[in-house]
Each structure stands twice: as structure tokens, then as C-alpha cells.
Design a protein around this ligand. Structure first.
Ligand code: C5P
Length: 224
């Protein structure tokens, strides 16, 4: 089963790149960040303490989620039969995701669900620990990064394009805080796998990054 992992910090362009690469190859896509967002979003909707790990672990174990694609190739996510694709993209859900993602029992509860995405003809897995923890045997591992300023600018544009409200200064701060939490947590911290190819997209367009990943794919899987 050929697997490409794309890990990196928030706003590095991973999500868009992983989706386009999966489309071009005709492979499955795992958006693992969406799972953490869904856990946080469910917990936030229910109310209750944001630090109650057993509660979030139960939510993670019982997520009733379905992933699909809309007519334009965009991501569609249903939670308990309700479309939540936009609802989980808010900064509030992202911030909550980064908090629940630091809880070991939440991460453990999501492992099998992520492994199940690895089915033929192949998988592109997007996240923070795809190459280091979930798919350590993946043939091609990419660590996609960009400067913090550029990532904040991209996030701002992405939110505005979706019609969501955004503030650049606040986003920069949130991104710095999220990086700090993701890189310093005890379980599955954000870091490149030893055998990852680092791609710095600060001054690259999305098309250029996709082309670079497809080039690396052709080298890693000569038969594809
Ligand atoms: O990629 P996205 O912004 O949707 O991820 C939201 C949060 O989920 C990240 O900030 C990170 O804390 C967490 N996450 C993770 N491991 C993954 C994917 C996401 O810890 N594989």
C-alpha cells in the first residue's frame, strides 16, 4: 500500500496540497486534523470543562463521522449525519483541536480510525504525526513548512475567502501559540520524521508545491 505523509505546522498549505496530490494520483486522503477538530467541536457544543480528558477520549472513540467530496472537489464532513465542514474550520475549533490533541487518550482513541484510511490504490495522509507515529513505514514523507508570518497571512486569506471573520494580528499570535503547543507536547509532537523531505513553501505557490510533491512521488514510486 503506497503511502505519502505530509506533516507540518498550521497554515503551511498541507491541507490544500494533500488534497490536490491525492486527486492527481486518484488516492485516498486522510485529513487527520479534521478528526481532532471534530472532537473539540463536539466537546465545545456539549459544553463542559475543556480540560476533561476522559470526556474527550469518549467523544473521540465514538465519533460518527463520514468524509466526502463536493462537486468542486472540496471536502465535506458529516458528523452524526449533519454537515459540519465549515463549522470545524473556525479558529475556535482549531484552538480546541490543538488542546485535545495534547491528550494521550484522545490520540490513542483515533489511531485505528486513521490506519483504516490506508486502502488501495494509495493514501495521502495530512497531519502532524503522520510520518512519525501513524504511518512510520510510509515510502514518502514530506514536512511542509513556511515562515510564521506567511502562514498567518495565508490563514487570514483562507478564512476571509470562506466568509469567516479574521484578524491578522490575533491570527499571528494564535499560530505562534499553536506551534508552541504542537511542538512541545509530550505525545506525538510536531517534528519532521528523520527520513522526511523538508519543503519550505514560504516563497512558493500552491501549484509549485504540488508540482514538487508530485516530482518526489514519481521518484519514490517509479511505477505510478
Ligand atoms: O491541521 P489542522 O489545523 O486542522 O489541525 C488542528 C490541530 O489538530 C493542530 O493544531 C494539532 O494540534 C492537531 N493535530 C494533531 N495531529 C494531527 C493533526 C492535527 O495533533 N495528525
Amino acid at each position: 500500500m503506497p503511502i505519502i505523509t505530509i506533516d507540518g505546522p498550521s497554515g503551511s498549505g498541507k491541507g490544500t496540497v494533500a488534497r490536490r496530490v491525492a486527486e492527481r494520483l486518484g488516492w485516498h486522503l486522510l485529513d487527520s486534523g479534521a478528526l481532532y477538530r471534530l472532537v473539540a467541536y463536539t466537546g465545545q457544543s456539549q459544553g463542559g470543562a475543556p480540560t476533561d480528558e476522559p470526556r474527550f477520549a469518549r467523544i473521540a472513540a465514538n465519533l460518527d463521522v463520514r468524509f466526502g467530496t463536493d462537486v468542486r472537489g472540496g471536502e465535506q464532513i458529516w458528523l452524526d449525519g449533519r454537515e459540519v465542514s465549515r463549522a470545524i474550520r473556525t479558529e475556535q475549533a482549531g484552538e480546541g483541536a490543538s488542546q485535545v490533541a495534547a491528550m494521550p487518550s484522545v490520540r490513542a482513541a483515533l489511531v485505528d480510525r486513521q490506519l483504516a484510511f490506508a486502502t488501495p490504490p494509495g493514501l495521502v495522509a495530512d497531519g502532524r504525526d503522520m510520518g512519525t507515529v501513524i504511518f512510520p513505514a510510509a515510502e514518502l514523507k514530506i514536512f511542509l513548512t513556511a515562515s510564521a508570518e506567511e502562514r498567518a497571512r495565508r490563514r487570514y486569506k483562507q478564512l476571509k475567502d470562506k466568509g469567516l471573520s479574521a484578524n491578522l494580528a490575533a491570527l499571528s499570535q494564535e499560530i505562534a501559540e499553536r506551534d508552541r503547543r504542537d511542538m512541545n507536547r509530550a505525545v506525538a509532537p510536531l517534528k519532521p520524521a528523520d527520513d522526511a523531505v523538508i519543503v519550505d513553501s514560504t516563497s512558493m505557490t500552491i501549484d509549485e508545491v504540488v508540482a514538487r510533491v508530485l516530482e518526489l512521488t514519481a521518484a519514490a514510486f517509479p511505477a505510478k
